[in-house]
Design a protein around this ligand. Structure first.
Ligand code: ZN
Length: 258
């Protein structure tokens, strides 16, 4: 007797094998794949005739950390079958912050949300953010990436200049701390201020830290129109010079420059 039986499903098991017809029995959190039309006894029966059953999807490019804690955040994912979201892309994350420049970060992030958690003032490092994340009830898995917009703003505000040696070291140590705590990587949004003020060598230095932890570097590139090839070359160059794993986010050509 299973607790739940899903019957009549077309099963895509995630291994790359072709889809097949079958039933799925669920008992004590474990799934048992059964022959089709098993007629296995169960307390609850879900008729999935004409429907697919698959493992949860991974949304590899999400911004769900910016609305973390709001029901609509995870409902929009779960209702699409997404059970893991990877957040913090395009340079945008809610940590680390500096209390003096947090308002600037929030203003910049209004591209995504107008509602920030009250606790944000404490997100001076990844550890404090993770403590907050632990308190948020949510049904999906969430992966956090450190955004360069937040990192640079925490150390240099919105200054349009190169970091000093001390500022560079501070950014690297904050990034290292985040990787130690469990961040999955680092992202840039080189089209957004203050990220756009950074030159390639700054990104390379930061990505070297990420590479030490085998983290991922994701980038919303510096240009997605007439200079898109140069932007791709920059992304690849950063990966080669730092040894980091690279993902170019939403690779596309968009907007027309006048
Ligand atoms: Zn983006």
């Amino acid at each position: 007797m299973f607790q739940t039986l899903i019957k009549g499903a077309t099963i895509v098991d995630g291994t790359g094998a072709p889809a097949f017809q079958g039933d799925i029995g669920i008992q004590d959190g474990k799934l048992h794949v059964l022959e089709a039309n098993s007629n296995a006894p169960a307390e609850n029966i879900i008729d999935a005739t004409g429907l697919y059953v698959t493992p949860g999807f991974i949304d590899a490019h999400a911004h769900g950390d910016s609305t973390y804690g709001h029901d609509y955040n995870y409902l929009s994912k779960i209702s699409q079958g997404i059970t893991t979201q990877v957040t913090g892309h395009c340079g945008q994350s809610l940590f680390p912050i500096h209390p003096d420049t947090m308002a600037m970060l929030q203003h910049e992030q209004k591209i995504q949300t107008n509602e920030f958690p009250e606790e944000m003032i404490t997100f001076t490092n990844c550890e404090n953010f993770m403590k907050f994340a632990e308190t948020v009830k949510h049904p999906e898995n969430i992966v956090f990436i450190v955004g360069h917009v937040a990192l640079r703003n925490a150390v240099m505000g919105f200054d349009d200049r190169k970091p000093t040696e001390a500022e560079m070291e501070q950014m690297k140590s904050m990034l290292r701390e985040a990787m130690e705590i469990g961040a999955a990587g680092f992202s840039t949004g080189l089209i957004y201020v203050p990220c756009s003020y950074a030159e390639e060598d700054e990104i390379v230095e930061l990505c070297k830290v990420v590479a030490e932890y085998d983290g991922i570097y994701t980038t919303h590139m510096r240009n997605e129109s007439t200079k898109v090839y140069e932007a791709i070359e920059e992304a690849i160059s950063v990966a080669k010079k730092s040894g980091v794993r690279l993902q170019i986010s939403h690779l596309k050509i968009a907007t027309v420059e006048k």
